[in-house]
Design a protein around this ligand. Structure first.
Ligand code: PA5
Length: 443
C-alpha cells in the first residue's frame, strides 16, 4: 500500500519464521471467525461492506444537521467518542475556530467525562449558537453520556420545543436494546444502528464515526476508501512480508517477549495527538487483560522531548517506540535569513520548517535506538482522509492479530465493569444496597 509504509529496520529484530506463521494464522482466524471473541468481528470486512447508499444516507443526515446548527455536540465516551475526535483533529485546521465567517459547523464533544465545570461551561458556551446533537452509545446505558444527554436534551427542548428538538437530535445506538434506543423511539429521533458484531473501539467506520465526521465536512467516502484498500492489503491471503498489519503485530509481540512492556506511539504532528488517544484505547482495552499486555502510551514531539524525552532516553529500559511519520506536510513555511542573526539560526535560512522537524525526527530516532529504545516507523504519505482511513484499519487489523498472538480475547473488556460497580454502589443505585454498605465501610 503506497499511502502507508512500515519500517522495522531499527527494531533490532529479525522476525523468525515461527512468529511470521503465528501472525498469519492469527490473521486467518480473524477472517474465518474461528478465534476468541468471534461474535465481535464485524469490523474485519466492514470497510468493503459499506455501500455508496449508506454513505449517502449518512451524508444526507449530516447535511440536515449542518443546515440547522452552527454547533453540533457529539455525546459519547470511549469507542463512541475517540474515533470521531481523532479523525476530526487530524483533518482540521489547528486554528479553524479562529476563522471569521466559518462555513463549517463547530463540532464539540460531551459525555466523555463527568466534569461539572466542563458540562456547565459547554452549556453556557453554546447559548449564542444554534445547536444540534448526536448522541452515541452502543449499550445505550453508559452513565457519562447519559448524564450529558439528559442536560443537552433539556436545553434543546427548552430552546426549540420538543418537536424541533427531535429534528436536531440524532441517536446512534443498538438496533433494539438499551435506554437510548427506547428514548430515541419514544421521542422520534432519527436513528443509526451500531452493528451487533462491532465493538465500540472498532466502530469508527460505522455511523459512530462517520456521522459526526460528515457533519464536520470530512470526506467520509475517501476515509472509507482508504480503509477498504488497507482491508485488501492486509487480507487473509496476503503474504507476511507484504502484510503491514501482520508485521507490526508480530514485531511488537517479539519486543514484548523481550521485556519491552511499554509502547510509546510518537508523532511529530500535533494534529495526530488524538489518533494516539484512539490507538491507546484500541490497544489498551484489547490487550490489557489476564495480567498481560503492552501498556500503550503516547507522546507528541518535539514538545514532549522537553518533558518525557529524558525518561525515554535514559529511564528504565522497558520501552519501545512507534513513530507515525508524515512524509509531506500540506503547507509550506520557510525560515528566513535575518541580518542580525542574534538567535544564531541563519544556518537554517531557506529551509522549510518540515526539514527541521524531519531532522529532529531522524536525530531522535537514532538517539533513542542508541539509548536502548527499539524503534518502529509507520510512514504515512500525508494527512488526508484516505490515508487516515487506511491508518485506522491498519491499526485495527494489527490489534486483532496482536491480541491473538498474545493469547487473549482482544474483543472483550471485562475489566471496565469494576469501577462502574463501585460508582453505582457509592451513588446508592437501586439494586446495589449490599455493595453500597460494604464499599462505604471501606472509605
Ligand atoms: O470499546 C468499548 O467497547 C468501550 O470503550 C465503549 O465504547 C465505551 O464504554 C462506551 O460504550 P457505549 O457506546 O455502550 O456507551
Amino acid at each position: 500500500m503506497k499511502a502507508i509504509k512500515l519500517d522495522i529496520s531499527k527494531s533490532g529484530l529479525q522476525v523468525p519464521a515461527e512468529m511470521q506463521q503465528k501472525a498469519l494464522e492469527a490473521n486467518r482466524l480473524l477472517h474465518t471467525k474461528m478465534g476468541a471473541g468471534n461474535d465481535f468481528l464485524g469490523w474485519v470486512n466492514l470497510p468493503s461492506s459499506i455501500t455508496a447508499e449508506e454513505i449517502a444516507t449518512i451524508k444526507a443526515q449530516a447535511d440536515k444537521l449542518r443546515a440547522k446548527a452552527e454547533v453540533i455536540i457529539c455525546i459519547g465516551i470511549g469507542g463512541s467518542y475517540l474515533g470521531a475526535k481523532a479523525v476530526l483533529e487530524a483533518m482540521s485546521n489547528s486554528f479553524g475556530l479562529l476563522k471569521k465567517n466559518r462555513t463549517e459547523p463547530i463540532i464539540l464533544f460531551a459525555g466523555q467525562n463527568i466534569s461539572e465545570e466542563y458540562t456547565s461551561e459547554l452549556l453556557e458556551a453554546v447559548k449564542e449558537y444554534s445547536v444540534a446533537a448526536i448522541v452515541i452509545s452502543k449499550s445505550g446505558t453508559t452513565t457519562e453520556p447519559a448524564i450529558a444527554f439528559r442536560l443537552i436534551k433539556a436545553e434543546l427542548e427548552q430552546r426549540y420545543g420538543k418537536a424541533e428538538a427531535a429534528e436536531r437530535i440524532v441517536a446512534i445506538t443498538d438496533k433494539a436494546r438499551g435506554a437510548l434506543k427506547t428514548l430515541a423511539t419514544n421521542e422520534g429521533y432519527p436513528t443509526f444502528v451500531i452493528p451487533d458484531d462491532v465493538g465500540g473501539r472498532f466502530s469508527v467506520l460505522t455511523p459512530v464515526g462517520l456521522l459526526p465526521l460528515a457533519a464536520a465536512g470530512v470526506d467520509i467516502a475517501a476515509l472509507v476508501k482508504g480503509a477498504q484498500d488497507m482491508e485488501q492489503a492486509t487480507g487473509a491471503d496476503v503474504p507476511y512480508e507484504e502484510n503491514l498489519a501482520a508485521i507490526y503485530a508480530s514485531v511488537r509481540n517479539l519486543l514484548y517477549q523481550d521485556g519491552k512492556k511499554i509502547e510509546i506511539l510518537a508523532s511529530y504532528e500535533p494534529k495526530l495527538q488524538y489518533i494516539a488517544e484512539w490507538w491507546k484505547q484500541l490497544y489498551g482495552e484489547s490487550e490489557g487483560k489476564q495480567g498481560k499486555g503492552i501498556f500503550p502510551a503516547s507522546v507528541t514531539l518535539t514538545a514532549d522531548l522537553h518533558s518525557m524525552g529524558q525518561y525515554i532516553q535514559e529511564g528504565e529500559r522497558q520501552l519501545f517506540e512507534t513513530v507515525i511519520s508524515v512524509n509531506e506536510p500540506a503547507r509550506k513555511v520557510v525560515i528566513e535569513a535575518d541580518e542580525q542573526n542574534l538567535d544564531g539560526l541563519n544556518f537554517m535560512a531557506g529551509k522549510r520548517i518540515s526539514e527541521v522537524n524531519r531532522m529532529a525526527e531522524l536525530g531522535v530516532q537514532l538517539a533513542h535506538v542508541d539509548g536502548g529504545v527499539p524503534n518502529l516507523r509507520i510512514e504515512i504519505e500525508k494527512i488526508d482522509a484516505y490515508t487516515i482511513g487506511a491508518l485506522i484499519y491498519f491499526f485495527e487489523k494489527a490489534c486483532g492479530i496482536s491480541g491473538y498472538i498474545l493469547g487473549v480475547n482482544p474483543f472483550d473488556q471485562p475489566g471496565v465493569e469494576a469501577y462502574k460497580k463501585n460508582m453505582f454502589a457509592l451513588l446508592d443505585k437501586p439494586g446495589y444496597e449490599e455493595a453500597s454498605k460494604a464499599i462505604k465501610a471501606r472509605l
